[in-house]
Write a protein that binds this ligand. Structure first.
Ligand code: MF3
Ligand code: CO
Length: 276
């Protein structure tokens, strides 16, 4: 116990001087993460096809749970302890509708209607390795501004992916997202960030979607894997928690979009693990 404490003390000091401890994966580990990533991709494709007026977010949840179990995987979010909330998250999916930014909980009462947008976020563990990805899907026709919000967020993620290469630094990813979002008149959520991923759902480093001078800015190296996940509000950037203490909402009621991919840094460039 005493040794352990001393070790932790030393480690936190080392982290302070050296920056975050980022686990790099071997090619064999990346292949396993690839399998988890493709499973998440396939499930999201099925769920996207289900989205239409009248479907509830619990319908999506039940379908997702079946697909995860059928694949012999484990849902990564269900039972995941979040210290800030002091509870275990109870579902396979986060389904965040309209002004919900992230961590919306599936509900039988949440019936999707035309003009809504729903962010579907899923994580799985397969053979000890994690995959995590999110898409935001329109329900029927959405208005022009909302369409532009979805496009801009998706483009920001693509621009960020291109920066995920050896020789760059972490904040090159963050800057690509922030610039694209702000140039299009939308705002980046600052209260939630992306993350490293591997044998745990959340590993170091944090991957902010904005640049500030307090953030760690490590060099990107071969074998690092980042879950890059821009969360973009149509209006103001601030969030607040719903009474359920999980769901993050925009303060001004504006719509919010969220897209996420896991990206490995390789000698050949960025490898998006969560799509074919
Ligand atoms: N994709 C989100 C994340 O990576 C969802 C986590 S929900 C949780 O943080 F409950 F599992 F935390
Ligand atoms: Co994530």
């Amino acid at each position: 116990m005493i040794l352990r404490l001393a070790y932790n003390r030393l480690r936190s000091f080392a982290r302070h001087v050296a920056g975050p401890m980022i686990v790099r994966k071997t090619p064999a580990e990346l292949e396993k993460m690839r399998r988890a990533g493709l499973l998440v991709y396939q499930i999201l494709q099925q769920l996207r096809a289900m989205v239409q007026e009248g479907v509830t977010t619990m319908d999506l949840e039940e379908a997702a749970e079946r697909m995860v179990r059928d694949a012999g995987a484990r849902p990564a979010f269900k039972g995941y302890f979040v210290p800030a909330v002091g509870m275990r998250y109870p579902y396979v999916l986060c389904t965040s509708v309209n002004d919900e930014i992230v961590h919306g909980m599936p509900s039988r009462k949440r019936v999707l209607k035309k003009g809504d947008i729903v962010s579907i976020d899923i994580g799985v563990e397969l053979e000890g390795y994690y995959g995590d990805s999110a898409i935001t899907v329109p329900v029927g026709e959405v208005n022009g501004e909302v369409r532009r919000l979805l496009e801009t967020t998706q483009e920001a993620l693509e621009l960020a992916i291109r920066e995920a290469r050896v020789g760059n630094r972490l904040l090159d990813i963050s800057r690509a997202i922030e610039q694209h979002v702000t140039r299009n008149g939308f705002s980046v959520v600052r209260d939630y960030v992306g993350h490293g991923i591997g044998t745990r759902l959340h590993e170091e480093p944090q991957v902010p979607n904005y640049v500030d001078h307090h953030s760690a800015n490590p060099r990107l190296k071969e074998g690092m894997v980042l879950a890059i996940e821009p969360m973009v509000n149509a209006g103001r950037p601030e969030s607040r928690l719903a009474p359920d203490r999980w769901t993050a909402l925009t303060v001004d009621g504006s719509y919010s979009a969220h897209f996420e991919h896991c990206v490995a840094i390789t000698a050949e460039g960025p490898w998006v693990l969560t799509r074919p």
